[in-house]
Each structure stands twice: as structure tokens, then as C-alpha cells.
Design a protein around this ligand. Structure first.
Ligand SMILES: NC(=O)c1ccc[n+]([C@@H]2O[C@H](COP(=O)([O-])OP(=O)(O)OC[C@H]3O[C@@H](n4cnc5c(N)ncnc54)[C@H](OP(=O)(O)O)[C@@H]3O)[C@@H](O)[C@H]2O)c1
Length: 198
């Protein structure tokens, strides 16, 4: 597939680039600071711009089969929805957090919302926008991320509260799950929760 990666210089995004190329996809990177990509070999394209800029995103999205947003948020969701509709590109996988719908474990969720209220409220808004966007969206809600080596396995469910797996998820495994999602049409219109493997 021809896949555009937003957030490509990020800690998850860089794994999406590397693993996507390894899987044989034509991966293009969108970045505010493409110099951080370090001239990554194997990329099909590099687009410089801000993901809040509809014109820049519209240009990058043209001709792609799908977009993976390895960064969440309502401003980026709004730009992508506009640019992808304009360009006739419908498949979008976007990151979010398990904390958005979670109610358990009660203390941990309450504390997390206390500290990260603004970020979670914005991710909830982004999710709502995707759900009524008319795009072929998948929301990939991660648990707590770390930079440990990937295990090559994740726990996936479709519940508000995690049904198993570990509270920590490596960004390498999160990237794997984002690529699994973009390749899987049965996940269109679904929000998946992703935890680390037990
Ligand atoms: N951190 C967690 O524990 C956690 C938990 C659950 C879910 N998540 C989800 O996972 C996502 C990825 O997390 P991460 O820690 O891997 O992210 P990260 O390392 O902070 O990377 C974010 C990336 O997004 C880019 N970006 C941000 N705003 C942009 C804009 N307006 N235009 C273009 N690029 C922009 C950043 O580019 P610059 O270098 O230019 O800033 C960077 O490349 C989060 O956004 C969130 O939705 C995170």
C-alpha cells in the first residue's frame, strides 16, 4: 500500500516508517522537521509541513492509499478529514489513548484524567470527529507507551476497559499494531484498545 505517515519523526512514528518499509509498503513521511528523519533509506517520499495546514496535508495525501497518524489530536483530525475527503483518500488509522473511554482501574484512571485532562479531552474530540467523518477510520487506543524493544505481540480488544495484556506497551509494538490495522479492512469503523503482551 501507499501509506502517508503523520508524526513520522516521533517515537512511534519512526517505528511505523521502518516497519512499514520492511513490510514492503510504499511509505511516505510527513514531518514539520524532516531533517530529523536522517535521510531514511527506503522512503517513497518526504513531505515537509505542519499537520494543521490543510494545503500541505492535501498535497501529501494525494495519491496515497491510506494515512497513519502516529500522533493524535482534534486539530490534526480536522485537517486530515478535510484533506482526505478532498483527495478521495479514505483509509485512516489514528492513535488515541485507552484512557479516553476507560473507567477502570478507577484510581489510576481518575489520576490520569486529573493530570492529562486537556490531552484526553482533545483525543475524545478527535475520536468523535473521525466517527462522523465518512472516512474508513480505525482508532488505535494505546495504553502507557515505553521505548523498550518490541515483543512482536500485543493484546487487542474492543472494550472500554482492557480485557488483558500489560499496562505498558512498547512503541515498536504499537507501530506494529498500527500497520496491522491499516492492512485489515475488518477494522474499518472500529476503535481498538491495545495493551502490551502478558
Ligand atoms: N505517550 C503515551 O504514553 C501515549 C499513551 C497512549 C496513546 N498515545 C498516543 O500515541 C501518540 C504517539 O505518541 P509518541 O509518544 O510516540 O509521540 P511523540 O514521540 O511525541 O511524537 C509525536 C510526533 O508528532 C509530530 N507532530 C506533532 N504535532 C504535529 C503537527 N502539528 N504537524 C506535524 N507533526 C506533528 C511530532 O513532530 P515534531 O518533532 O515536529 O514535534 C512528532 O514527530 C500520541 O500522539 C497519542 O495519540 C500516547
Amino acid at each position: 500500500m501507499k501509506i502517508l505517515v503523520i508524526g513520522s519523526t516521533g517515537r512511534t512514528g519512526k517505528h511505523v516508517l521502518a516497519q512499514g518499509i520492511e513490510r514492503g509498503h510504499e511509505i511516505s513521511a510527513f514531518a514539520r522537521r524532516p531533517e530529523l528523519l536522517g535521510g531514511r533509506a527506503g522512503l517513497a517520499g518526504v513531505h515537509q509541513g505542519d499537520a494543521h495546514d490543510v494545503a500541505a496535508v492535501r498535497e501529501a495525501v494525494a495519491g496515497q492509499d491510506a494515512v497513519i497518524a502516529a500522533v493524535g489530536g482534534s486539530r490534526i483530525a480536522r485537517t486530515l478529514i478535510t484533506a482526505m475527503r478532498d483527495g478521495g483518500v479514505s483509509r485512516l488509522v489514528m492513535t488515541s489513548s485507552r484512557s479516553v473511554p476507560a473507567t477502570r482501574p478507577r484510581l489510576a484512571v481518575t489520576l490520569a484524567w486529573l493530570f492529562f485532562h486537556t490531552a484526553y479531552a482533545d483525543l475524545a474530540r478527535a475520536e468523535g470527529m473521525l466517527e462522523v467523518s465518512g472516512l474508513d477510520w480505525t482508532i488505535a487506543r494505546a495504553t502507557m507507551l515505553n521505548d523498550k524493544p518490541g515483543a512482536g505481540r500485543v493484546h487487542v480488544d474492543f472494550e472500554a476497559n482492557a480485557t488483558g495484556g500489560a499496562m505498558q506497551l512498547s512503541r515498536a509494538d504499537y507501530a506494529m499494531a498500527l500497520l496491522d490495522a491499516v492492512e485489515d479492512p475488518t477494522l474499518i469503523g472500529r476503535a481498538e484498545g491495545i495493551c502490551g503482551p502478558k
